[in-house]
Design a protein around this ligand. Sequence first.
Ligand code: APR
Length: 389
Amino acid sequence: MATAQAGVVIVGAGPAGLVLGNLLLDRGIDCVLLERRDRAAVDGRARAGFLAARSVRVLTENGLAAGLLTRGRTHTTCQFRGDRGEFTLDYATLGRGEVHTVYPQQELVRDLVAEYLRRGGDLRFGVEATHVTGGRVRLRDGTEVTGRYVAGCDGHRGIGRATLTAHGTRTARWDHGVSWLAVLAAAPPSMPATGYALHPRGFAGHMARTASVTRYYLQCPRGTDPANWSEDRIWTELATRMRTAEFGPLRTGAVLEQAVVDLRSDVLEAPGAGPLWLAGDAAGLISPSAAKGANLAVLQAELLARAFEAALLRGDGSGLARYAADCLPRVWRAHEFSHWMSGLLHGPVGADGDGDEARYGRQLQYARLESLRTSRAHQDFFAENYTGI
Ligand code: APR
């Protein structure tokens, strides 16, 4: 039994689905947005927070940036620490001179939900899609929602991706072999912006979020149980890897959340066909080493919105036909840079601590860092890719 008919049925209210939904409503296209979790869970999930200038531009041009422009913080520098000291890259003066806006993702998601509802959008929380067949989306309760098109914005374990791969779409994938213990701390930042610390015990990262909340990352072996990391152990390990004896103490606080993230990347070779098109993690998962995930989601949502608009309002399917060609080259550039960052941050993975390969890998890692510290050409390359999409 069909319960609704729409231009586009969007599955998943993460950044990809919500940006797409808002853009479609703005173009006069009716859509139904299905989200399996309840609103509190959607609003409360802390994740990324790094928005590239391009993403901010798209959100601003589409009336979706009021919150991030007032409450977001601009980052123009990042710091690296290693065995030869610390250096700062002022990336606003390098490459294309672009900056990042740091705005916690759950706040962006809250803004996007509020705006979608304000635009009169149909958003159903607690509704899980179980199958997609043509333009029909079957729901857990046995009913169906149908649309001319279906946008799978339901993350990398979603049914959008599963449906395409079941029909033969291939995935290119890479396992970086490491994991991060991602910690959200009720502590003011200890560095002006983002800090990357390279250490023989593994990478440690510092990401300033707000005046009272900071994200930290600790490289850990695959299979790490976050419950084995007490607050004490977290702060002690961070102090060692961030070399506080040399650079001053960290500003500590209660740990609000800790979770282990495996660094994996994949890209669907064809992110859509027929009525079903994917955006965000559904179309490809990118390791968090260069914070590109949410930015690729915005890029793909924008391209899909234009393509759906042309198809639904003008009968012109060329945007959909071009979707893969339009987005995949940029997706791959982001993956290439994230992969490069991963090599810079992690050093030898899997090699035994002081074996020949581990020592070789560590020297390569430090040579890469030294090149970044001393070469203006390398710094421009870094800045262009770090801020670009
Ligand atoms: N039915 C309905 N909703 C679903 C289903 C389903 N079967 N499966 C998944 N969802 C919902 C999830 O509950 C989630 O809210 O889809 C949403 C997917 O959102 P995200 O995982 O945030 O994915 P996306 O929008 O692609 O965000 C991409 O944002 O967090 C950053 O860097 C991160 O790369 C990531 C990026």
